[in-house]
Ligand binder design. Structure first.
Ligand code: FAD
Ligand code: MG
Ligand code: MG
Ligand code: MG
Ligand code: MG
Length: 549
């Protein structure tokens, strides 16, 4: 019974907005959303704004479709086509937007302090405070330089539309400058040396786009520069695209080799000066200085200062990222939720509860689990631990009976009853497929939708039914957030792309690029941006990329 209760509490903590059933006379609860990126916007789009008093704060009054940013850097797609104004998104919603940056979160007083980001020169107080009942943090992250000297001064990042536009301008600038008659061949070559740091999807896609730009468009317009352009991709790991399937990363490496993109694997950048970038090969220890005309730095993300400060206040200072539980509630802080790149979900391992689970399952208290005891318990807790379903799907099992078979048949001659040791051995395997959720738009968007649906449901005080619910002894509770990976793409240039789809399915080639076009067209936030993006693609097919600054 005790075990029963403790597990119930754990499961029961899925009650998101406890004691909050709607009294029509009661004032609407205030929700403040920080950020208008993937997480913030997907939350906002799903939230029923009539049920709450909703305020959104972000220093940018638009949403950016980040997967197309690498295309913006070379003019395949225009910057305006990948952004959607927030004011258009909330036009028919009951929500208020404030263009400002949150500079402090004050959980004690349930307040956020914001600062206006306008450069208008007239007298005013730049800061204001907003009260909240629920705070949804979706501020994303910044680029990580790992403290490497010179990166902030001399490198471009690729996080936002402004970054992409700056890169585009500089590429054209470099080609025009390199065409001037008075340059020495060496200066010309150095100027036309492009370096990309980071062999993840963004770095690889940017290198591929840059290669296409140079070979499909610029070399017709600047034929005299043909033999002077180099593209170098520096990656500290052993392979580029190392989070992808091996077949994809090998294909990408081979393709880059054929295309003449220099891939430097196992190299760590030590410093960047105004003339060259210096890196060290891990294997040989050799130092290499490469002169450059432009560097794009894309090596991962880091927590924003406002979040680091918030983490100190809520005793999370020893962590690298803000931690939430599986209901996206920030740990140690009531009423605050976080999602997307600024937070990470601490998923509960089933081994951590193994003793409790065993006690709960062993209804007759004989120290063994019968088949019936095993099955009914696992059925009861499978929503609490999404890894159970993940494991069963992965091993093509039909329900928890499969798990039972596996547990009973482990060992030499098999058994008909499980003791704690057998039970742990069988169940701990289930945790092995649990993965950290990646920092992607896909995760942020699914989290936003999940959280908004939970909010809607509780605020409506509706009978809790539907896919989000666990029904247990008359109580309705929410499922923990469970990420569904729908696959990932890596465009590799020359109208080829690689895709990794669920179920170990890898596809590489031109048809995959068409799949990419159709998926990204359909994922657009509005018909307006969808039309703009498709128009840009068509324009590019017919006329090539625009090389004017
Ligand atoms: P963001 O989308 O970064 O949004 C953060 C928001 O918070 C922004 O609106 C920002 O202005 C705002 N903000 C910042 N500071 C504050 C503050 N102090 N107060 C208030 N608001 C603030 N993912 C994929 O799944 N597929 C892809 O193909 C893909 N391609 C990518 C390509 C590029 C070039 C980049 C940079 C990223 C790509 N990603 C991709 C990753 C994806 O963009 C991120 O994982 C996603 O944007 C995370 O969403 P978010 O809401 O957490 O943060
Ligand atoms: Mg966001
Ligand atoms: Mg964004
Ligand atoms: Mg981000
Ligand atoms: Mg028993």
């Amino acid at each position: 019974r005790v075990a029963d209760r403790s597990l119930m509490v754990e499961v029961g903590s899925g009650t998101l907005l406890a004691a909050d059933s709607q009294d029509p006379l009661q004032k609407k609860k205030k929700i403040v959303i920080l950020g208008t990126g993937w997480g913030g916007i997907s939350f906002l789009k799903t939230l029923d704004c009539k049920l709450f008093d909703v305020q959104i704060v972000s220093p940018r009054n638009y949403f950016v479709f980040t997967p197309l940013l690498p295309s913006v850097t070379v003019g395949t797609v225009e910057a305006r086509s990948v952004t959607e104004p927030i004011r258009r998104i909330i036009r028919k919603k009951d929500a208020e937007f404030h263009e400002a940056e949150c500079i402090k979160i004050d959980p004690e007083n349930k307040q956020v302090i914001c600062k206006d980001v306008s450069e208008l020169d007239f007298e005013r107080k730049p800061e204001f405070a907003l009260d909240y009942d629920y705070l949804v943090i979706a501020v994303g992250a910044t680029s990580n330089t790992f403290g490497t000297k010179g990166v902030d001064e001399y490198c471009h990042f690729l996080k936002d539309v402004e970054d992409a536009e700056k890169i585009r301008e500089q590429v054209v600038d470099i080609f025009e400058t390199a065409s001037l008659p008075h340059l020495s061949p060496e200066v010309r070559r150095n100027l036309l040396s492009f370096v990309v740091v980071g062999g993840g999807p963004t770095g690889v896609e940017f290198s591929a786009e840059l290669h296409d730009l140079v070979h499909e468009d610029l070399l017709c317009l600047y034929p005299h520069l043909k033999d002077n352009v180099t593209i170098t991709l520096v990656q500290s790991g052993d392979h580029i695209l190392n989070t992808f399937d091996k077949r994809i990363s090998q294909f990408a490496e081979k393709k880059f080799q054929r295309d003449g993109v220099h891939v430097k694997i196992g190299c760590r950048v030590l410093e960047v000066t105004n003339k060259h970038i210096r890196f060290k090969s891990k294997d040989t220890g050799q130092l290499v200085d490469v002169p450059y005309g432009m560097i794009v730095w894309s090596t991962g993300i880091r927590t924003r200062p406002v979040i680091t400060d918030f983490m100190k206040q809520i005793r999370q200072e020893n962590r690298r990222v803000l931690a939430t539980d599986e209901w996206l509630r920030v740990k140690n802080c009531e009423g605050v939720y976080a999602l997307g790149d600024c937070a990470s979900v601490e998923q509960r391992k089933i081994v951590e509860d193994i003793a409790d689970l065993f006690k709960l399952a062993d209804k007759d208290n004989d120290g063994y689990l019968s088949a019936a005891e095993f099955v009914s318990t696992m059925e009861g807790v499978r929503v609490r631990y999404p890894q159970i379903d993940l494991y069963m799907n992965h091993n093509h099992m039909k329900g928890v009976i499969g798990l039972l078979d596996e547990a009973m048949n482990a060992g030499d001659q098999g058994t008909t009853k499980l003791d704690l040791e057998h039970f742990s051995a069988a169940i701990s395997k289930v945790d092995s497929l649990m993965k950290c959720m990646p920092a992607t738009a896909q995760v942020a968007a699914q989290q936003g939708t999940y959280l908004a649906r939970s909010f809607n449901h509780f605020a409506q005080g509706k009978p809790a039914e539907g896919p989000l619910h666990i029904r247990e002894q008359g109580h309705h509770r929410f499922h923990p957030f469970c990420y569904k990976h729908l696959g990932s793409f890596a465009p590799l240039g020359g109208e080829t792309a690689a895709a990794e789809l669920p179920g170990d399915w890898v596809s590489i080639g031109r048809s995959t690029m068409w799949l990419w076009y159709s998926v990204y067209a359909s994922e657009q936030v509005s018909w307006r941006t969808r039309a703009l993006v498709m128009f840009d693609w068509t324009k590019r097919f017919i006329f090539g990329r625009d090389s004017s600054r």
